[in-house]
Design a binder for this molecule. Sequence first.
Ligand SMILES: NC(=O)c1ccc[n+]([C@@H]2O[C@H](COP(=O)([O-])OP(=O)(O)OC[C@H]3O[C@@H](n4cnc5c(N)ncnc54)[C@H](OP(=O)(O)O)[C@@H]3O)[C@@H](O)[C@H]2O)c1
Length: 327
Amino acid sequence: MRLRLCIVGCGSYARTVLNDIHDLGDELELYFASREIEKAKRYCDEFSGAGYFGSYEEAFADPRVDAVYCFTPHHLHLENALAAASGSKHILMEKPIARTVAESTEMIDAARAAGVKLMVAENYRFLPTVEKCKQLLSQGTIGDLRLIQIQAEGFREPTEWRTSVESSGGGVLIDGGIHYVDLLHHLGGFPRQVFAARPPQVHRSAEGEDGMVLTAVFAGGAVGLISLSSATVGQASQWVKVTGTKGQLGFTPYDSRLTIDTPPLRRTVNLPPARRGVRGMVREFRQAILDDRDPAMSGEEGLRDLEIVLAAYRSAEQGVSVSPGSR
Ligand SMILES: NC(=O)c1ccc[n+]([C@@H]2O[C@H](COP(=O)([O-])OP(=O)(O)OC[C@H]3O[C@@H](n4cnc5c(N)ncnc54)[C@H](OP(=O)(O)O)[C@@H]3O)[C@@H](O)[C@H]2O)c1
């Protein structure tokens, strides 16, 4: 069965994803919705779509559409999800699920009441490096987990809606940073404690933070560390190192290689091309609908990631450690 999937919001990341999924013609029939009909038509022509709409509401109401994939700013995620659910459309929502716990819970409840699937488009879960790392960890290849270290630094000044806390929900942590939070959560479990601190701000145009250092303590005692910055002048860097009692794993998320260092052996595993993980992610969304089961990255999982982000915000503001999920 081809899933009749409507892209909602024809912006820059929608285009990036479409470049990786538009050829899944046996599995997807694509539709496009934009506030500007000309833009929807342009995307439809470019990515061989089956139809287009000049408003989101038309897409949510159209019987040709089974599901929507929303690429809108964060302050619209709740509104879009509620409208999609009331039109009985399954929902694939870009990260973060929403700005607050209350918004996320309302979305999850609305999807459940409408009998539609809600998945958060957390593509990192579907990256070959991350899948391999998770598999090796559960096989005990590096022994018991001790430490997950993630470094993600670069220089990028936010523009448009990303400069506003009202529309983005925060700064770089709730935006690109939530991918690394999800990595910690996925590999280490839900942390029982988070401590975070914010380095001095460089991007004056941004209301939200342009960097965050976050430490997390997992239930078994292992520790996670994220050093995140969109204001690092000079060389950018992105790497993940997972250390256990018998060795360590190392990778760059979008790479096709992962290093296993278990002395005296050190080897590099070659993996399939990453393609941002979005092909596997969209396939999982479609399969969950066909199987009538929860998707791998459900709304609840997205909410757990958000709870870690919000705990980090509280910690950085108050200078204390915070238990994610506590109010
Ligand atoms: N997974 C990842 O790696 C990744 C990377 C980047 C972004 N994202 C996520 O994708 C989503 C979109 O981000 P983006 O970078 O594509 O943003 P963007 O380029 O600004 O696109 C957002 C689109 O939302 C629609 N929109 C509706 N109301 C709007 C408003 N009031 N202001 C601005 N746009 C409005 C517009 O589409 P129309 O004009 O067609 O209606 C716009 O093109 C966000 O949730 C973001 O966090 C994920």
